[in-house]
Design a protein around this ligand. Structure first.
Ligand code: HEM
Length: 412
């Protein structure tokens, strides 16, 4: 149903992200429309504020003087001070301010340069082709379990050189740890999240010890690079920072990229004229990936905390407030995107905020774009007539938007 038709039915002033109305998880877009037009800055019952306009998010992401990424105040009551999830999420670079952020980010981005990523391309193509080969003769497949989720696990596994036979638990750990960032959590989610951090931490301790004994090539092995050279004067991470940021890189690059690929395949099925266009003009692959990132952003929500009293859109927001940055809404803002509700793979320019912006802009964006491009172009070239079958399951999350299952028939 077109967003604008439903948006007038949405009671936006009482919208509560921790207790969203029926239908929001499956289709948040009418609600985003209503937020943009009626309440672009909306106070929440828990004291946080929803911010939806593209211009506001863009400005907030760039301004680290007024807006902090540090989440200790929010995560202490949510996870328990000193708990595994607390330690993980408050030590990873994404939820920290300088100087920790600057230090970790410098080391991490030096390992993910465009040159380093270009070197990964042949391996990535081989991984995708191998997966496609395995799908070839099957009457039906699950595009998430059998394809989309398998690519980032291999890519990030290669990045840290995790032995192939040790990769199986990575996906569940990652889903449990990132799942704990949902606006509201059950006791069971918390327990699973804490356990996942502990198991992941124990695993990495062992992997790091092995890597210290026999280091890899720092040019290609990100873990060796993050461990650093004990005999060199260059800055290094302490043990906790090292472990927690390895966990973060594995998580950050997994669910998001799975969702990019899964969402892209679902959209190209649901909009057959766009699929036909991409098949006729394969050179549109890069703008097509950008449009998927805008239209079904894998990460729908960001957060910042105000460091002072601020005014956004005429609303005074006290110091210490949690801002819920509605990336999914900002990427449909008609002030920036003509006909934002139209999925158009030729859209240019496409200034979406799917990777956020400013000093915390996604470190892995070049890699994610490359994964999306190769997965998509090779998939549709091989299976141009694929059909999604009834039974698709939404992942059920507000922050990370994607499918848990996407059954499909590959050839007709
Ligand atoms: C389509 C896939 C992806 C999307 C949509 C995505 C989205 C994002 C967003 C929105 C942020 C900013 C969070 C914030 O500051 O509030 C972020 C940060 C980050 N992402 Fe990604 N990401 C993706 C893939 C990846 C990959 C493949 C990697 C690693 C190989 C990665 C590593 C990171 C890291 C390390 C940060 C933290 C940067 C910092 O705080 O300075 N991401 N990502």
């Amino acid at each position: 149903m077109p967003g604008s038709a439903l948006s007038s039915l949405v009671d936006v002033q009482h919208f509560d992200l921790t207790n969203p109305p029926a239908g929001f998880v499956e289709d948040p877009f009418p609600f985003y429309d209503a937020l943009l037009s009626e309440a672009p800055v909306l106070a929440q019952p828990d004291g946080s504020f929803l911010i939806s306009r593209h211009a506001d998010l863009d400005r907030i992401y760039r301004d680290t003087t007024l807006y902090s990424s540090d989440k200790k105040a929010i995560f202490a009551p949510k996870f328990g001070l000193g708990s595994p999830l607390f330690e993980h999420h408050t030590t990873s670079l994404v939820f920290s301010d300088p100087p920790l952020h600057t230090r970790v980010r410098r080391i991490m981005s030096s390992a993910l340069t465009p040159r380093a990523i270009a070197r990964m391309e042949p391996g990535l193509i081989a991984t995708v082709d191998h997966l496609l080969e395995g799908l070839n003769d099957r009457p039906s497949v699950d595009l998430i379990a059998d394809f989309a989720s398998r690519i980032p696990i291999e890519v990030i596994g290669n990045l840290l050189d995790v032995p192939l036979e040790e990769r199986a638990p990575l996906r569940d750990w990652s889903l449990a740890i990132l799942g704990a960032l949902e606006p509201s959590l059950s006791e069971a989610d918390l327990t699973t999240g804490h356990r996942a951090v502990e198991e992941f931490r124990d695993y990495l301790r062992d992997l790091i010890a092995r890597r210290r004994e026999s280091p890899g090539d720092p040019e290609t092995d990100v873990l060796t690079r993050l461990i650093g050279d004990e005999n060199s004067a260059t800055e290094r991470l302490n043990e906790t920072e090292l472990i927690q940021n390895c966990i973060f890189i594995l998580n950050a690059g997994h669910e998001t990229t799975t969702n990019l690929i899964g969402n892209a395949l679902a959209l190209l099925h649901d909009y057959p004229e766009q699929r036909a266009l991409l098949l006729a003009q394969p050179e549109l692959i890069k703008p097509a990936v950008e449009e998927v990132l805008r239209f079904r952003s894998p990460n729908q929500l960001g957060n910042r905390e105000t460091k002072a009293l601020v005014e956004i859109g005429g609303v005074a927001i006290p110091r210490g407030s949690n801002l819920q940055l509605m990336i999914g809404a900002a990427n449909r803002d008609p002030a920036v995107f003509a006909q934002p509700e139209v999925f158009d793979i030729t859209r240019r320019p496409n200034r979406h905020l799917a990777f956020a912006g400013g000093p915390h802009v996604c470190v892995g964006l070049t890699l994610a774009r490359l994964e999306g491009k190769i997965a998509l172009e090779r998939f549709i070239a091989r299976f141009p007539d694929y059909q999604i079958l009834p039974g698709r399951q939404h992942g059920g999350r507000l922050r990370f938007r994607g499918y848990a299952a996407l059954p499909a028939q590959l050839s007709v």
